[in-house]
Design a protein around this ligand. Structure first.
Ligand code: ATP
Length: 235
């Protein structure tokens, strides 16, 4: 049984059908990429999974339980969370408060969660009393991921974590994603940076025009030109 399974997922914005019957599965412990050019429908897919975009048709299953269209807060409690595109940290709040917000629907002692995030991202510990808006782009991305980790998710959805970051910082972020996966978190990663994503993931899906146009192991996708075609076809 897949940890996350989506079937026939369709997302519409008025007359625009952004996601057209997408099927996708992520097994427990896997790191899976969802690749595709701008506008392919990747963010809409992630947003629909976590209830941030309306699902016009199809189903989202978590451990075989139907979670389609459930409120984001319910999904967070069930262990599924999204680190959104563009990071969206609360610039006027400290690093520590941003992390606290990540755990808003969790009761009890958060000390272990803070410790875990600070172990992964020591720079966030050093800067925990600093306003998030004063962090560099890479540090804000770490904070966005750290904030999502505060609920100790079973599955983490990452939307373009490399967006707008300098190459060296992108390397660091990808190393961290690989480490998270080794630590046992299941990850669905949306990325434009195909080569780097395929270096760390187990499998990938390629989207174009709202549909899945290819799927396979990282090795298969690397050795075929389907990813390239999907990107070129979008222009
Ligand atoms: P990007 O990498 O640019 O985020 P993407 O693959 O994530 O691309 P989406 O952001 O899901 O693609 O967009 C898919 C399509 O849906 C695009 O045509 C986009 O313009 C449209 N779209 C996305 N969000 C909305 C919205 N809130 N209202 C109307 N159309 C939207």
């Amino acid at each position: 049984m897949a940890l996350l399974s989506i079937a026939g997922l369709t997302v519409r914005y008025g007359a625009v059908e952004a996601v057209k019957g997408v099927d996708l599965q992520v097994e427990r412990g896997e790191l899976v990429a969802l690749l595709g050019a701008n506008g392919a429908g990747k963010s809409s897919t992630l947003n629909a999974i976590v209830g941030l975009a309306d699902t016009a048709a199809g189903k989202v299953l978590l451990h075989d339980a139907d979670i389609t269209g459930q409120p984001t807060e319910t999904l967070v409690r069930r262990g599924i969370t999204l680190a959104p595109e563009g990071r969206r940290v609360f610039a006027g709040l400290t690093v520590a408060k941003n992390l606290r917000i990540g755990a808003y629907c969790r009761a009890g002692d958060l000390a272990e969660s803070y410790a875990r995030v600070f172990e992964l991202f020591p720079i966030l510990k050093d800067r925990r009393n600093q306003l998030a808006g004063t962090l560099s782009g890479g540090q804000q991305q770490m904070l966005a991921i750290g904030r999502a980790l505060m609920i100790e998710p079973e599955i983490l959805l990452l939307d373009e974590p490399s967006l707008g970051l300098a190459p060296q910082i992108v390397d660091t972020i990808f190393e961290l994603i690989a480490r998270l996966r080794k630590g046992g978190i299941t990850i669905l990663l949306v990325e434009q940076n195909v080569a780097m994503a395929l270096d760390i993931v187990d499998r990938g899906y390629v989207m174009a025009g709202g549909r899945i146009v290819a799927a396979g192991s990282a090795e298969d996708l690397k050795s075929s030109n389907i990813v390239e075609e999907a990107y070129l076809g979008a222009h």
